[in-house]
Design a protein around this ligand. Sequence first.
Ligand code: KDG
Ligand code: MG
Length: 408
Amino acid sequence: MKITGAEVFVGGPGKNYVTLKIMTDQGIHGLGDATLNNRETLPAAYLKDYLIPCLIGMDPRNSEDIWQYFYLGAYFRRGPIAMAAFGAIDMALWDIKGKIANLPVYQLLGGKSRDGALLYAHATGADVDDLLESIDQYVAQGYKAVRVQCGIPDMPEGGYAIPEKGQHNDQFITKFTGDVPKLEIWDTEKYLKYMPTVFEKIRERFGDDLKILHDVHHRLLPREAAAFGKEIEKYNLFWLEDPTPADDQSALKLIRQHTTVPIAIGEVFNSLWDCKQMIENEWLDYIRVAVTYAGGITHVRRIVDLAAMHHVKTGFHGAPSHSPISMAAQAHINAWAPNFGIQEYLVLGTKECDALFPSDHVCKDGNFYVSDAPGLGVDFDEKEVKKYTYERGFHPVVRLEDGTMWNY
Ligand code: KDG
Ligand code: MG
């Protein structure tokens, strides 16, 4: 069996999804997702200029050897652009493998460990009233777990991922379009003072059973995060995400020494080497990598296995920046992984997205039910993708009130 060609498409509803299609001489094709939010053209170019020419003639069944060929062959290892490109190839090869075997990918990983995989939604509010309404909406839809982000009074831009007043009805995620990055102003003191009162109101209104998640988005120093974690223990969060910037793995040590609040980290990691130290030291509870820019199923499976040895569960990144292809790849891992924890999920359900990526994966009552179709179980409509053109976007940049640059 040989790879005869591969094509890259950039575009999608509200997102520049980077979709890779690998063709074979047996008429079977595979699909992969190389979307790197706000840098989408880069993995697309890496695939077109450097990887696809090497793929032609390779046996697509040798996904491990192909992964090693590109990873070791790059010389300059890792990095999100390369790992997103390798990840897309890897997903497409697992898709092909499943189609050859006539089995869903989860069967190739070891079969199902569960039926539905627990999902969490994004509730947000410009203020606490909007946030409570937003949570209400997801609880009514059957979600058992909700990430909560709230505007902070007297903070000019309100904090991370905060909509305008009254705009809390959608699964909100910061709008990333524009010719230059949007500026946000951050004030740690105001955040630390206000956020515990928000958790208090959520518990008062929704009781003890709702699983509450919260994303600090890398904004605190280790000592601040340790004190914050200790203070909010009484609200029994499901997790506190990205309390400190992820570059420094040992920052988590201090947090761990002072609080039992569960820690989730890793959406910006692109390899096992970014989280090896924290996993082996058991400084975290949930690993947030994504199959997209952490090298596909082949590499993420290694991270999941290491994590399992250290009581760390999965909580893969699932912001709408991932296309339904990588969300499907994650769903297959989630169905199998003995140490599955939770999955962030925001893309399914929009008409446009379903038209571009038809599938029968199902989100119901706050759970994800993986499709039994062979491979990843997602198609791609090449006519539909022609409706979309690439639109440049940026993540916001953050400054402190005195002008100092800070972490987005
Ligand atoms: O590209 C950045 C977003 O994916 C990120 O800001 C979303 O933090 C995020 C999350 O937890 O989904
Ligand atoms: Mg996050």
